[in-house]
Design a protein around this ligand. Structure first.
Ligand code: PDD
Length: 291
């Protein structure tokens, strides 16, 4: 399945998709985005992603010119521009809105033409062995600022640098601490620590992105009778963990079995993570109907 690009409502081959070098998205990282995925070829939890895109737009004073239905239609047109692969491959969808082109000025009022860019690529599914074995993570040397942390901004230089640490240590993900040293998010995921019946996860105060997957998983956890605690946690909390896991749109619920080379719990995926993965997958069909 080739990369599909929708640039301001026009579906164009990726190599022909061009925007101005004066777009503030390029010059200042002045853009916002969402990452969605499909199940059964259909966008998953679009309304929740759109709500978060609106939240990001408000947070950076960017006027969204496109309604929810406009963006939904463009996402669906882009997906439909290529038939789904013969094996029913799913897609990863990036919806971006840039500030638009203007002079070399930080003044947001100098730009006039924000761009809506939708990029659809084949989704790289996490292999089933990864869920069965669990993953190693590191704590990044890069800290996350709590300021504007809940906004999915295209300024991702900290994440880019944290990812190079992940690559050099050959781990699956890195955990970022806040500047004050509390647990925050993974580079592009939310993280969780389980101790007995307690499921702890950094709260919005810890500079996290309020993950769409996190929202679903915390509801499932409460329904399973777990005691969900959101808060500010020091990294030492991980030393007492029975188990840990992470969540994101593209990776669902992934058990973490070591942090910086130290074994978490039994060193095997824990029962809470596995139960949540199972019930997350079981709830997908119903959630697809939410639209
Ligand atoms: N990342 N925390 C951060 C910092 C993220 O960037 C993301 C999402 C999440 C998980 O959110 P969700 O469950 O809505 O995917 C948490 C996406 C996948 C990305 O950056 O492409």
């Amino acid at each position: 399945m080739p990369i599909r690009v929708n640039l301001n409502g026009k579906i164009v081959p990726a190599e022909e998709a061009r925007i101005s070098v004066l777009d503030h998205g390029l010059i200042f990282g002045d853009s916002i985005y969402e990452t969605l995925r499909t199940y059964r070829g259909r966008p998953f939890l679009f309304s929740r992603h759109f709500a978060r895109l609106e939240h990001s737009a408000d947070g950076v004073q960017l006027q969204l010119r496109w309604s929810k239905e406009d963006i939904r239609r463009e996402v669906e047109r882009t997906l439909a521009s290529e038939p789904q692969g013969p094996h029913g491959e799913e897609s990863r969808i990036r919806v971006m809105v840039t500030r638009g082109a203007g002079p070399l000025s930080l003044d947001t009022e100098t730009t006039t033409d924000p761009s809506l860019i939708i990029i659809v690529v084949p989704l790289k599914e996490v292999p089933s062995e990864t869920y069965e074995r669990g993953v190693a993570v590191i704590v990044s040397s890069i800290r996350r600022s709590r300021l504007l942390a809940d906004i999915k901004s295209g300024s991702l230089i900290r994440q880019v640098l944290a990812f190079s640490e992940v690559k050099s240590k050959q781990t699956f993900e890195a955990i970022l601490l806040t500047e004050e040293g509390y647990l925050s998010d993974g580079i592009t995921s939310n993280i969780y620590v389980v101790e007995g019946n307690r499921l702890m996860t950094p709260s919005p105060e810890a500079g996290i992105v309020a993950g769409i997957t996190r929202g679903v998983v915390l509801d499932l956890a409460r329904n399973m009778g777990l005691d969900v605690v959101e808060g500010l946690f020091p990294p030492g909390e991980m030393d007492h963990a029975d188990e840990m896991f992470l969540t994101s749109t593209t990776r669902e619920v992934v058990p973490i079995v070591s942090v910086d080379g130290k074994t978490v719990g039994s060193g095997r995926p824990g029962p809470v993570a596995l139960a949540l993965l199972k019930s997350y997958r079981a709830s997908i069909a119903a959630l697809l109907e939410e639209g």
